[in-house]
Design a protein around this ligand. Structure first.
Ligand code: VGL
Ligand code: ZN
Length: 198
């Protein structure tokens, strides 16, 4: 068994004061840094959108953040502008230990498709390459932490389980947006997919 710690989107825009702030998003940083000591392999993900991304409400006339829109690949929540490539908001939280990262995988760079999951874009088809990276390194077991529990952690954990990885989510080192029942739905979905919720 070879395992990796996957730290999802611990970026300024998802922390208090950021454009898409997750309540208490910053509080998980010390615990995540400490957890890295228990892993030989640490992978970070980074939400990384071009300006004018199609998941931004500002890109759609008459739409406000948190409204839904139908995209060619299905329903999509519209977000405030966040994690624009190269911006301070897209940078990792200043206290996150990035030194231990073997891989930093970026996602959401396709202007037309959002990507919550670290494995596939929201069309659920276009791969990010993470699966190939893990398989070629013979990594079978994943522990996930980060932001946000109900979006990027959720989609990443469900995809990992579907792909056959053994995946655990440490919920005390995650925080949720929890919009419209999204946290409870995510917990049920992760469990149904076979992720181990800790
Ligand atoms: C995320 C909404 C939009 C996340 C990313 O990291 O959970 N949520 N983009
Ligand atoms: Zn995003």
């Amino acid at each position: 068994m070879t395992q990796a710690l996957i730290v999802i989107d611990v970026q300024n825009d998802f922390c208090p004061g950021g454009a898409l702030a997750v309540p208490e998003g910053d509080l998980i940083v010390p615990g995540i840094n400490a957890l890295m000591d228990q892993f030989q392999t640490v992978i970070l993900t980074q939400d990384w959108h071009p300006a004018g991304h199609s998941s931004f409400a500002s890109s759609h006339a008459g739409k406000a953040p948190m409204e839904m829109i139908d995209m060619p690949y299905g329903p999509q929540v519209l977000w405030p502008d966040h994690c624009v490539q190269g911006s301070e908001g897209a940078a990792f939280h200043a206290d996150l230990n990035t030194t231990r990262a073997d891989l930093i995988i970026r996602k959401g760079y396709n202007p037309a498709i959002d990507s919550y999951s670290a494995f596939f874009e929201n069309d659920q088809t276009t791969p990010t390459g993470l699966e190939g990276y893990l398989r070629t390194r013979a990594i079978t077991d994943l522990v996930m932490v980060g932001l946000a529990t109900d979006f990027c952690v959720n989609f990443s954990a469900v995809d990992a389980a579907k792909l056959g990885f053994n995946v655990s989510v440490k919920q005390d080192l995650c925080r949720a947006i929890d919009f419209d029942g999204s946290l409870a739905a995510a917990q049920a979905g992760m469990q149904a997919a076979g992720a181990n919720l800790q």
